[in-house]
Write a protein that binds this ligand. Structure first.
Ligand code: RTP
Ligand code: MG
Length: 141
Protein backbone atom coordinates (compact mmCIF):
# COMPACT_ATOMS: atom_id res chain seq x y z
CA UNK A 1 0.00 0.00 0.00
CA UNK A 2 1.22 3.45 -0.83
CA UNK A 3 0.13 6.89 0.30
CA UNK A 4 -0.87 8.60 -2.93
CA UNK A 5 -2.49 11.74 -4.23
CA UNK A 6 -4.89 11.92 -7.14
CA UNK A 7 -6.70 14.69 -8.98
CA UNK A 8 -10.49 14.58 -8.89
CA UNK A 9 -12.93 16.80 -10.77
CA UNK A 10 -16.64 17.02 -10.06
CA UNK A 11 -17.87 17.83 -13.56
CA UNK A 12 -20.46 20.51 -14.54
CA UNK A 13 -23.40 18.09 -14.50
CA UNK A 14 -22.82 17.03 -10.89
CA UNK A 15 -22.08 20.61 -9.74
CA UNK A 16 -25.38 21.68 -11.36
CA UNK A 17 -27.18 18.85 -9.54
CA UNK A 18 -25.90 20.21 -6.20
CA UNK A 19 -24.28 16.93 -5.15
CA UNK A 20 -20.73 18.14 -4.35
CA UNK A 21 -21.29 17.32 -0.68
CA UNK A 22 -22.68 13.87 -1.40
CA UNK A 23 -19.65 13.07 -3.55
CA UNK A 24 -17.24 14.48 -0.93
CA UNK A 25 -18.92 12.23 1.65
CA UNK A 26 -18.08 9.20 -0.46
CA UNK A 27 -14.42 10.23 -0.63
CA UNK A 28 -14.34 10.69 3.13
CA UNK A 29 -16.15 7.42 3.86
CA UNK A 30 -13.51 5.63 1.76
CA UNK A 31 -10.69 7.21 3.75
CA UNK A 32 -9.66 9.74 1.11
CA UNK A 33 -8.75 13.17 2.49
CA UNK A 34 -9.34 16.40 0.58
CA UNK A 35 -5.99 18.22 0.77
CA UNK A 36 -6.66 20.97 -1.82
CA UNK A 37 -9.83 22.18 -3.53
CA UNK A 38 -11.19 24.97 -5.72
CA UNK A 39 -14.15 25.74 -7.96
CA UNK A 40 -13.24 26.90 -11.44
CA UNK A 41 -15.02 27.59 -14.72
CA UNK A 42 -12.52 26.28 -17.27
CA UNK A 43 -11.78 28.19 -20.46
CA UNK A 44 -11.89 26.22 -23.68
CA UNK A 45 -8.11 26.42 -23.88
CA UNK A 46 -7.70 25.04 -20.34
CA UNK A 47 -10.10 22.17 -21.02
CA UNK A 48 -8.30 21.35 -24.28
CA UNK A 49 -4.95 21.38 -22.51
CA UNK A 50 -6.17 19.24 -19.62
CA UNK A 51 -7.64 16.61 -21.97
CA UNK A 52 -4.88 16.93 -24.64
CA UNK A 53 -4.28 13.17 -24.50
CA UNK A 54 -7.73 12.72 -26.11
CA UNK A 55 -7.14 15.38 -28.83
CA UNK A 56 -7.47 12.92 -31.73
CA UNK A 57 -10.47 11.04 -30.32
CA UNK A 58 -13.90 11.47 -31.97
CA UNK A 59 -15.45 12.57 -28.66
CA UNK A 60 -12.88 15.34 -27.99
CA UNK A 61 -15.05 18.30 -29.05
CA UNK A 62 -18.08 17.05 -27.08
CA UNK A 63 -15.84 16.47 -24.07
CA UNK A 64 -14.41 20.01 -24.19
CA UNK A 65 -17.86 21.56 -24.85
CA UNK A 66 -19.18 19.76 -21.81
CA UNK A 67 -16.26 20.60 -19.51
CA UNK A 68 -16.65 24.35 -20.23
CA UNK A 69 -20.45 24.30 -19.88
CA UNK A 70 -20.36 25.31 -16.21
CA UNK A 71 -18.14 25.45 -13.13
CA UNK A 72 -16.33 22.35 -11.91
CA UNK A 73 -15.05 21.46 -8.44
CA UNK A 74 -11.41 20.35 -8.51
CA UNK A 75 -9.76 18.57 -5.59
CA UNK A 76 -6.65 16.65 -4.63
CA UNK A 77 -7.45 13.45 -2.72
CA UNK A 78 -4.86 11.82 -0.49
CA UNK A 79 -4.84 8.33 0.95
CA UNK A 80 -3.65 4.76 0.63
CA UNK A 81 -3.93 3.76 -3.04
CA UNK A 82 -5.83 6.98 -3.68
CA UNK A 83 -5.64 6.69 -7.47
CA UNK A 84 -7.23 3.24 -7.76
CA UNK A 85 -9.56 3.84 -4.81
CA UNK A 86 -10.98 6.97 -6.44
CA UNK A 87 -11.42 5.15 -9.77
CA UNK A 88 -13.32 2.40 -7.89
CA UNK A 89 -15.60 4.95 -6.23
CA UNK A 90 -16.22 6.61 -9.62
CA UNK A 91 -17.27 3.47 -11.50
CA UNK A 92 -17.03 2.83 -15.24
CA UNK A 93 -16.81 5.75 -17.70
CA UNK A 94 -20.23 4.89 -19.13
CA UNK A 95 -22.77 5.15 -16.28
CA UNK A 96 -24.84 2.38 -17.86
CA UNK A 97 -21.87 0.06 -17.20
CA UNK A 98 -20.95 1.49 -13.80
CA UNK A 99 -21.37 -0.84 -10.81
CA UNK A 100 -24.28 -0.10 -8.46
CA UNK A 101 -23.35 2.26 -5.66
CA UNK A 102 -20.60 4.02 -7.62
CA UNK A 103 -20.65 7.78 -8.15
CA UNK A 104 -21.33 7.45 -11.86
CA UNK A 105 -24.09 4.86 -11.37
CA UNK A 106 -25.81 7.17 -8.89
CA UNK A 107 -25.18 10.66 -10.32
CA UNK A 108 -24.15 10.46 -14.01
CA UNK A 109 -26.57 10.77 -16.93
CA UNK A 110 -24.45 9.75 -19.92
CA UNK A 111 -20.91 8.93 -21.04
CA UNK A 112 -20.40 12.67 -21.65
CA UNK A 113 -22.12 13.97 -18.53
CA UNK A 114 -20.52 11.41 -16.27
CA UNK A 115 -20.20 13.39 -13.02
CA UNK A 116 -16.52 12.95 -12.16
CA UNK A 117 -12.97 12.72 -13.46
CA UNK A 118 -10.14 10.89 -11.72
CA UNK A 119 -6.46 10.53 -12.64
CA UNK A 120 -5.75 7.11 -14.13
CA UNK A 121 -2.15 6.56 -12.92
CA UNK A 122 0.74 8.03 -10.92
CA UNK A 123 2.14 10.03 -13.85
CA UNK A 124 -1.18 11.57 -14.86
CA UNK A 125 -1.99 12.25 -11.19
CA UNK A 126 1.23 14.24 -10.76
CA UNK A 127 0.73 16.15 -14.02
CA UNK A 128 -2.95 16.90 -13.34
CA UNK A 129 -2.28 18.08 -9.77
CA UNK A 130 0.47 20.40 -11.08
CA UNK A 131 -1.93 21.67 -13.79
CA UNK A 132 -4.58 22.80 -11.30
CA UNK A 133 -2.46 23.61 -8.24
CA UNK A 134 0.88 24.85 -9.60
CA UNK A 135 3.25 25.69 -6.80
CA UNK A 136 0.40 25.86 -4.29
CA UNK A 137 0.65 24.49 -0.80
CA UNK A 138 -1.15 21.19 -0.53
CA UNK A 139 -1.77 20.10 3.02
CA UNK A 140 -0.92 16.53 3.90
CA UNK A 141 -3.12 15.60 6.84
P1 RTP B 1 -12.05 10.74 -16.92
O1 RTP B 1 -10.73 10.88 -17.67
O2 RTP B 1 -12.99 11.90 -17.18
O3 RTP B 1 -11.85 10.45 -15.49
O4 RTP B 1 -12.83 9.47 -17.48
P2 RTP B 1 -12.25 8.05 -17.85
O5 RTP B 1 -10.80 7.97 -17.50
O6 RTP B 1 -13.19 7.06 -17.23
O7 RTP B 1 -12.44 8.04 -19.41
P3 RTP B 1 -11.42 8.51 -20.56
O8 RTP B 1 -11.25 7.38 -21.49
O9 RTP B 1 -10.20 9.15 -19.98
O10 RTP B 1 -12.28 9.62 -21.31
C1 RTP B 1 -12.36 10.95 -20.82
C2 RTP B 1 -13.79 11.41 -20.88
O11 RTP B 1 -14.19 11.50 -22.24
C3 RTP B 1 -15.55 11.15 -22.36
N1 RTP B 1 -15.68 10.02 -23.26
N2 RTP B 1 -16.61 9.94 -24.15
N3 RTP B 1 -18.29 9.12 -26.27
C4 RTP B 1 -17.29 8.34 -25.87
O12 RTP B 1 -17.05 7.25 -26.38
C5 RTP B 1 -16.44 8.79 -24.78
N4 RTP B 1 -15.42 8.14 -24.29
C6 RTP B 1 -14.94 8.93 -23.32
C7 RTP B 1 -16.06 10.77 -21.00
O13 RTP B 1 -16.74 11.89 -20.43
C8 RTP B 1 -14.80 10.46 -20.23
O14 RTP B 1 -14.98 10.69 -18.86
MG1 MG C 1 -9.37 9.37 -18.11
Amino acid sequence: MALERTLSIIKPDAVAKNVIGQIYSRFEAAGLKIVAAKMVHLSRREAETFYAVHRERPFFKDLVDFMVSGPVMVQVLEGENAIAKNRELMGATDPKKAAPGTIRADFADSIDANAVHGSDGPDTAAAEIAFFFPGMAIYSR
